[in-house]
Design a protein. Structure first.
Length: 302
């Protein structure tokens, strides 16, 4: 029976003509309610936006720095390679093909013992000495963190006499990237907590100042969304404006970062600045709206 009633309501609702002018007026009233709430908050607006902008600025600068640092780590990782020294009488092409099939292996380059000995004799001026060098395979992996896994798989292969790579450098790079990524997570969590707390307290003040007005609207049968949306828009407004302000300092570090990349001959991460700007706008606006929603749920039973 209940399902039939619900179906009937939906059917009737579909056949009710929509008054777009009325809906437009409602949307206008909602926007004006949000604007009036922002105006009514007064000087507190400046404090809220300044505080949120400072938090988002720290996040934005750290995020931008992290993107550059990740690029440095990846480029240095690409330089790292595993040197595989083959036993005498081993077919280099066979070992090369086997290594190429290993997961995470990017390239395998053969340097014959004749090539190595020719370069060494030329550098040191050695003459009349038999070639003591083995054939060598230079193996590069796709990511620095995978180098140890590939190393472990190559080492027991038949025909491999010795194997080595810059293990300490690889470990330091992995630790550095891990520390930066962990720090980023903590900064995001702290930024979210502080932003939501600030918005929560602000919306609570707005709710308290409009308590009687909200009660009257509820008694008149005004829908919950009409009461909620202006408050959510107010929180989103604070977050958006704070994000726009937080974008300004990004321009100050762009030139030093560009010079640093150029000095080390490492390309800038593609669209890094745009990624940070978009992320700031999304995070600021979203956290602002979430802070409002939490406050409404806590202090306003609608």
């Amino acid at each position: 029976m209940e399902d039939s009633k619900q179906q009937l309501k939906k059917t009737v609702k579909k056949h009710i003509p929509k008054d777009w002018l009325t809906e437009l007026r409602i949307a206008y009233r909602i926007v004006m309610e949000a604007v009036n709430d922002i105006k009514g908050t007064g000087v507190i607006n400046l404090v809220i936006i300044t505080t949120m902008a400072a938090i988002l600025t720290i996040f934005g600068l750290l995020f931008r720095f992290t993107l550059s640092l990740s690029t440095f780590a990846n480029e240095l990782g690409n330089v790292l390679e595993i040197s595989v020294y083959l036993k005498s009488g081993t077919s280099p092409s066979v070992i090369k093909d086997r290594i190429s099939e290993i997961k995470h292996v990017k390239t395998v380059v053969l340097k014959t013992k004749e090539e190595s000995w020719g370069s060494l004799k030329k550098e040191l001026g050695l003459q009349g000495i038999d070639n003591p060098l083995p054939d060598t395979l230079r193996v590069k992996v796709d990511k620095p963190e995978n180098i140890n896994e590939v190393f472990t798989l190559i080492k027991p292969m038949k025909g491999v006499e010795d194997i080595g790579y810059a293990k300490e450098l690889a470990k330091k790079m992995q630790v550095l990237v891990h520390v930066v990524n962990t720090t980023m997570v903590f900064v995001v969590i702290i930024s979210a907590a502080l932003t939501i707390t600030i918005i929560n307290n602000t919306i609570q003040l707005v709710i308290q100042s409009r308590k009687e007005e909200i009660e009257i609207m509820r008694l008149m049968g005004v829908s919950n969304w009409y009461i909620k949306i202006p408050l959510v828009m107010q929180g989103a407004f604070y977050g958006f404006v704070s994000s726009v302000i937080a974008i300004i300092p990004l321009g100050w570090i762009q030139v030093p970062l560009h010079n640093m990349h150029r000095f080390f001959l490492i390309p800038m991460p593609v669209y890094a600045q745009n990624i940070v700007i978009i992320t700031l706008l999304i995070i600021g606006t979203t956290f602002g709206a979430i802070g409002s929603l939490l406050s409404i749920k806590k202090h306003l039973q609608v």
